[in-house]
Design a protein. Sequence first.
Length: 763
Amino acid sequence: MVFTAALSGLLVHWIAAVVVGAVAVLAGVLLARRRVEPLRISAGWPLVVCGVLAVWPVATRMEAAASDPLREAAAAGAEVELRLEVSERPRRVRSTGFGATPSGVRTVVVAANSGDSRVLVLAPVDRWADVLPGQEVVAKGTVAPAETGSLTVAVLRVRGPPLWAGEAPGWQRAARALRIGLREASGVLDDEQAGLLPALVVGDTDGMVSAVEDEFKASGMTHLLAVSGANLAIVCVVVLYLLRLMQVGPRGSAVGALVALVGFVVLAGPEPSVLRAGVMGAVGLLALALGRERSAIPALAVAVIGLVVHDPAMAVDFGFVLSVLATGALVLLAPRWVDGLAARRVPRVLAEALAVPAAAHLATAPVVAGMSGQVSLVAVVANLVAAPVVAPATVLGLVAALIAPLAPWAAEWVVRLAGPEVDWLVLVGGTAASVPGAVLDWPGGWWGGLLLAAVLAGLVLAIRLSRVRVVVALVLAGVLLVLVPVRVLAPRWPPAGWAAVACDVGQGDALVLSTADSGRVVLVDTGPDPVPVRDCLDRLAVDRVALVVLSHLHADHVGGLAGVLATRAVGAVAVGPGRSPGWAWRQVRQEVAEAGVPLLRLTSGQRMVWPGLVLDVLAPPGGEEEGERGADAAQDGTAINNRSVVLRATTRAGRLLLTGDVELAAQADLLAAGVDLTADVVKVPHHGSRYTSPRFLGAVRATVALVSVGAGNRYGHPSPRTLAAVGRGTLVARTDHDGDSAITAADGKPVLVTRGSPRGPPR
C-alpha cells in the first residue's frame, strides 16, 4: 500500500498518494472493527498503519518537493551556487564520439542534496568522479527542471570542478580504496574479464567493455552487474557457514553476518537495490537471531515499506523495482514450482536450478520490456548455465578486494582463481546473445510493460486450466514450428548476392563491399563504436576483411576499428594523408600496431583490385602528410572532412561513389578537376549535411542514395535540402529509418534492400 501510494503520487500527483492512504486507512478500520475472525482484526491495523505512512511522511515529502523554491530557479534557467551533500556514487556516462571528439566518459551524474532539496548534478568527469557519498561540496552552475515523476527538484549543470570539497567520511574512503584495489588486481585478466569482475562483486561497471554489457543485456544477465539480494545472500551464507564451523551459536552467527552485511553495503554504495537487499537481509538476520528463520515475506515487506517511507522516489527506481520483484518471485513462486517439479519426479537440485531463474525472469520481464523495448528469449537458459559460477566468482572477488590494500600480489592470485568463472560468464553471455532470435522487440514504456504483464498473467492462468492447457500447448507448438524457423533457420538477411551494405552504426559511417571470395570484404570506415560495426559484420557472416579504409580520422569513422581488428582477420588498414585530429591518429596507429596489421596510405590515382571488386581512389590528391604537430594543431572540422578519401567502387551491382564527409570545397575541387563522378549508387557526403552541393550530386546521377545517419541526432542530419537535391527519381535509404541497407543486382541494375531499424521511425 505504501509502495502504491508513492508510485501513484510520483506518476500522477502527490494528492493521489493522499487518496490511496485515506482509502487504506478506511479499509483497515472497517476490517479491524469486524470482530468475527481474529485474523481480520490483525490484518486491519497494519493496513491503517500503512495508510497513515502513505499520507505522512510519503505524501508530505512529495508536496514539499513539488513546492520547492529551487524549482522556480530551474524553470528560469538561473545560475546558482549550491552547497551539496553527495548521496550516491557518481555514475559515469559514456558518450559516443563524433567529429574531433573521441568516444569515452566525459560526464558523470551525481545525486546530491542541497538542504532538503534533491539535485542531480551533471558535471565533467575530472574531479567529480572521485566524490563519495556523505561528502560535502560547493558547486556553481545552471539549474534546469528535473524530469517529472521524481523527487529531484532540479538538474545542476556544472562545467568545472567543485568550488570546494570537504572530507569524505572515513568508511567511504576505505570502501573506495577496496574498490580501487579490486579494479587494479583485476588487471591481470583480459579486458572483458577485468571489467566484469568488479561489476559482479560490487557493481563497479566503470571498466566494463561495452560489448560485454550489450551481450549481458541481450541474454537477460544484466542483473548480475547490479549489486542486489543475490550478492548479499552469498556473503551472508558464506559468513554464517564459517561462523557455524567455528561453533558460534545462532545469535552470534546472525550478529557476525549482520556486520558483514553492513560492511558490504558500504563497500557497494547506497544504491536503491543495495539498500533494499540490505534492509531485508538485516530483518532476516534479526529473525534468525530471535529463532524465527522463516520470515522472508515479512522481511521483504518491512524492507519495501521502510525504504519507500525513507525515500518515496524508490518506488519509480527501476533497479529497486526489479530487485523487489525478483526477490518476491524467489520467495513466493520458486518454492511452489520446485515442489511441483519434484512431485513429477524431477530431481530436486535440477528443479531448483530451473525454477529459480524462471521465476525471477517471469516476474521482472514486464519491467525489463518496458525499460528496453525488448524481451530476452534465452534469459532462463543463460542464467541457468551461468548460476553455478556466480557465487564462487563473487566470493573470490570480495576476498581479493579485502586483501588488495594489504597484499596486492595476493589479491592478484585470488583474481586469477576467479578468472575461469568470470570467463565462463563472458562466454555464456556472448553465446546466448548470438543465438538468432535471442531478443524479441516489444513495445517500450509503461504500456509495453503492462501488455507483457497481461500476456504472462493470461498464460499462467491458462496453463492452470486443464482444458485451456491443450490449446496453449498447441499455440506454443505452432510458434516453435512456424515462427522460429522463419526468424531463425531461414533469416532474410543478408539478401543473396549483395554487393554493398551500409551498416546501421548510429551517427557514423561503415560500409561493407563484398568480393567474389565468400566471407571476405572491404570495409570503408568503422562507425563510432566497436559493437554496432561488429554486429553488422556478424549479420553479414563476414570473417575476413581484406582491407579497412578509414576515409578520415573523425571519431564517428574510426571509433569501431578496435572491434573489427579484435574479431576479424584483417589484411591491412589504409588511411589518407590527413593526420588530424592528433588523438585519433595516435589511437589508430596504436590499435593497428597491437593487431600486427600493416598501415597503408592512400592518395588519388591508386587502384586496388580483388575478385569481383575494384576500388579507385579519386581524392584527396597526393602531397605531404601532416606531422604530429600539424595533427595536433589542425583541428578544424571542415578541413578534416575535406581531406576525406573518396572512392569509386566497381561491383557486380554497378558503380558506387563513396564520399566520406567531403564538404563544399572538396566537392568543388572534384568537379573542377573533371573527375568522373558518375555512379549508380552514392553514399551521400557527411551524413546528408547541408554542406552538400546539388551540382555535385547532379554530376553523380545516381539511382540509389545511401545516407548513413543516427536516429535523433543533434546535428540536423540529414538536411531536407540535401535530400531534395538527391533527385525525385532516386531511391533514398537512411540507416536511421531503414537499418542496414544493401545493394544487390537485378538485370544488371542496382536494387536496394533494407533490413529495418528499431532505432528509428518508419519512413
